[in-house]
Design a protein around this ligand. Structure first.
Ligand SMILES: Cc1ncc(COP(=O)(O)O)c(C=O)c1O
Length: 458
């Protein structure tokens, strides 16, 4: 095999670019869930590890021919499951360039470009979300790792106050910390607590109200060994915890407040929705995602910590060969050492959207969510949440009917919506998070959902 790029390789990369463009040109008009035959065809990938090197062209051709039809059309405008953004074209292009660069974004010396671009992107995130300028920041894989990073900084800072070095001595025998969460805490935050030795179950759960907001009047007494975890954007209802009152009480007590704002925190970027995020800037650490509402390609999460030194203490390592420079070293703030240049797509997306484009994206998706709610209500179906941002929960009546509607919508292919339970009732979740969704997409999806619901009710 040649050890420099060959004309054949270049031709194969051209094929990959052309096939990617064809995919993006058609993804909006194909069925959203792949058809069963395309999923069955994935069996073609099941083969023993080849003995001989394969031709680049053939490998990429197989990937596109068999893989592409079995993808879910999340890059189109009618996928409303989970909270999935669709990569903006500028983000896709940035990924292509960054993939060609193949930079390791651990240290600045490995990639001055990746480090400088990430610095700028993190500064813009701080600005757009209204977070303190002194925050330390990291670009990680998603809100799960951002929760982990923020909580690791919290664990460091609170135990350091008691003279305990948790990074070196671990949690065994450490002074106990109390973790307070809302009853509607996201599963990824509990997972982060487990990974940090703080325990998924060893938490005080504060009751939530009917929208899933933590009840400030039911908060326990706090002190300077408490970590309080609040939420900007409930994964089901989109509701925001009452941050201002919780943060003020925590501040008075010397407790640490961590915000899981995977998508909701981006409401701060819109003048119309900013009021929902009031008080969240008083917290100590924040987790959010680029790959959800801002439509950066997967994967892209962001951790911010007011006390940058605590973040660094929790994340930095040293080794004889790993020599930091004078400026901020990305991997001193992240759980990973080697990592791809994730900041590139984040930078490109924010650079392209600008402040106005970001606000417009937030406002447009919220408008589409309201259109869904109005259309379903008009069809006689019950909207279970206050539609405060981009999330809609709907019941189609009897639990079995709602479950049947969700299953049929998913298999029918016009659009894709997930299921959940809300206050003990099955519900369909509609999350409008894609830049690509148009009013026509909403109307087409509404017509399909209403038709299927009528069929299921009969
Ligand atoms: C509130 C909340 N927190 C955390 C997460 C986890 O995010 P990720 O999948 O990017 O790790 C989600 C995902 O939907 C979420 O809605």
């Amino acid at each position: 095999m040649e050890n420099s790029i060959t004309p054949c390789d270049l031709e194969a990369l051209g094929l990959a670019a052309r096939r990617s463009l064809a995919y993006l040109q058609t993804v909006g008009s194909r069925r959203v869930a792949p058809c069963p035959s395309a999923v069955s065809a994935l069996a073609q990938f099941q083969e023993p590890l080849p003995e001989a090197p394969g031709d680049t062209f053939c490998v990429l051709d197989l990937l596109d021919r068999v893989g592409s039809p079995a993808t879910v059309a999340t890059a189109g405008g009618r996928f409303f499951g989970f909270v999935n953004g669709a990569a903006l074209p500028v983000s896709v292009g940035a990924t292509w360039i960054a993939s060609a660069w193949d930079q390791n974004a651990a240290l600045r010396v490995m990639s001055p470009a990746a480090a400088a671009i990430e610095d700028v992107a993190l500064g813009w995130v701080r600005d757009a979300l209204g977070l303190p300028a002194e925050c330390g920041g990291a670009v990680v894989t998603g809100a799960s790792m951002a929760n982990f990073t923020g909580l690791a900084a919290a664990r460091h800072a609170l135990l350091e106050r008691s003279g305990w070095d948790v990074e070196n001595d671990g949690v065994f025998g450490a002074p106990p910390l109390t973790v307070v969460v809302g009853d509607e805490v996201h599963a990824s935050l509990l997972k982060a607590l487990g990974l940090l030795g703080l325990g998924r179950r060893r938490v005080i759960r504060v009751p939530a109200d009917e929208q899933g907001r933590m009840r400030a009047d039911r908060m326990p007494a706090l002190d300077d060994r408490c970590i309080v975890c609040i939420q900007a954007g409930n994964v089901n209802s989109g509701a925001f915890d009452p941050a201002a009152s919780i943060c003020r009480r925590a501040l008075d007590a010397g407790a640490w407040v961590h915000v899981d704002g995977a998508f909701g925190l981006w409401a701060a970027a819109s003048p119309q929705y900013r009021h929902l995020t009031e008080g969240f800037d008083l917290a100590d650490s924040w987790a959010t995602d680029g790959h959800k509402w801002p439509n950066v390609g997967y994967d892209c999460g962001i951790a911010m910590v007011r006390n940058a030194a605590a973040m660094r203490a929790a994340m930095a390592v040293s080794a004889a060969y790993f020599i930091p420079g004078e400026l901020r070293e990305p991997s001193n703030y992240t759980p990973e050492m080697s990592r791809r240049a994730r900041g590139v797509e984040l930078w490109a997306t924010l650079r392209s959207l600008g402040r106005r484009g970001l606000a417009e994206l937030i406002e447009r998706t919220c408008r589409h969510a309201r259109r869904f709610a109005e259309g379903l209500r008009a069809g006689g179906y019950e909207i279970l949440n206050e539609v405060v941002i981009n999330q809609v929960l709907v019941s189609f009546g009897e639990p079995a009917v709602t479950r049947a509607v969700i299953a049929k919508v998913q298999s029918e292919g016009t659009c894709w919506c997930g299921g959940t339970e809300w206050h003990g009732r099955p519900a369909m979740r509609i999350s409008v998070s894609s830049w690509a969704t148009t009013e026509e997409d909403v109307d087409m999806s509404l017509a399909a959902i209403r038709r299927i619901a009528e069929e299921c009710r009969r």
